[in-house]
Ligand binder design. Sequence first.
Ligand SMILES: NC(=O)c1ccc[n+]([C@@H]2O[C@H](COP(=O)([O-])OP(=O)(O)OC[C@H]3O[C@@H](n4cnc5c(N)ncnc54)[C@H](O)[C@@H]3O)[C@@H](O)[C@H]2O)c1
Ligand SMILES: [Zn+2]
Length: 362
Amino acid sequence: VRVVNVPLGHRSYEIKIGSDLLASLGNECARLKLGKRCAVISDTNVAPHYATFVRRTLAKAGFESALITVPAGEKAKSLKTLATCYDQLAVHRLERKSFIVALGGGVVGDLAGFVAATYLRGIGFVQVPTTLLAQVDSSVGGKVGVNLKAGKNLVGAFYQPRLVLCDLDTLKTLPEREYVSGLAEVIKYGIIYDAALFGKLEHSLPELTKRRTKILGSVVARCCEIKAEIVHQDETESGVRALLNFGHTIGHGLEAISNYGKYLHGEAISLGQLVAAKLSSRLIGLPTDDARRIARLFERAGLPTRLKLKGSERSRLLAAMRLDKKVSGGELRFVLARRIGKTEFGHSVPAAELEELLSQST
Ligand SMILES: NC(=O)c1ccc[n+]([C@@H]2O[C@H](COP(=O)([O-])OP(=O)(O)OC[C@H]3O[C@@H](n4cnc5c(N)ncnc54)[C@H](O)[C@@H]3O)[C@@H](O)[C@H]2O)c1
Ligand SMILES: [Zn+2]
């Protein structure tokens, strides 16, 4: 088992990464001295695989659990689902010392985390992420929340879990497309922060795509470490945390103009990172060899690398990017890479430059 500490004073917690960890959930919760009653929040894809087992290990350690199953998919991150969760918690008489276990991907983690942050002004919360994206990204850092019709993640909080348990075995049931999509975030960590990790990914990609536990353990742990380090330096996103948005301004734009239907998040940010790499070469001298290595790794991972936009799509994309909440003062600001492993935030990019780049199909 690998352990990554997230040092945040009295709200510090551990991320545990390894094989067969679900079995230890009950004992881990007991160690945290959480109350006797809890609710496991999961979705309709994940619950059939793991909920019974999870509730059994909780029961063995003396906990009484209720199961709340929400519909699978992004739509569950809504005020409506939130309300049904609160009602269920009340029915099961959860009280101040009770806690919530989020068993699922980023959707369940964000939703259940926000439930925990707000029910009775905040109760304990344990993350059990079951997608690669959730294990390396959404379960770490304490951002929780739901969507509004007007946009994604518009209602939320910063609320840290008491523990994150990444059981690598749960990734075995993850659909291929979801797994590959998660790899786009993994590769991102190499580009923004860690050239050695990037090299390791180039070297071990075949093992990684086979979901071998050994390589997964070291890679997931390193990604969590990097995110924890960044979040520790900047918990509420005023500076260095922006690095995590490499490729995301364009990625979010692509998701928005396709109404979140065409691309999975990882696919959209794969394309976004490639455009950001090209901008980096033009504007701050990212070596062309680094840009080539980046493109090659996304391609080998099975992620989309070709972006062909019609003129009308291009203007919609630019408009969507201006609306992204990470754009301040109407100016497009980007995270750009100087070389693999070294990125900088806050580069303003002239709209014309971006438009020209997007018009040459990649
Ligand atoms: N809080 C943050 O910092 C943060 C960061 C990044 C993303 N997010 C959020 O995360 C969400 C995306 O997360 P996601 O990609 O994990 O999506 P998801 O939770 O929708 O999971 C993807 C799909 O895989 C299924 N699934 C999950 N685990 C499975 C398993 N082990 N076996 C079989 N099927 C499984 C789910 O039911 C779903 O259909 C978005 O809402 C995004 O906004 C949050
Ligand atoms: Zn992302």
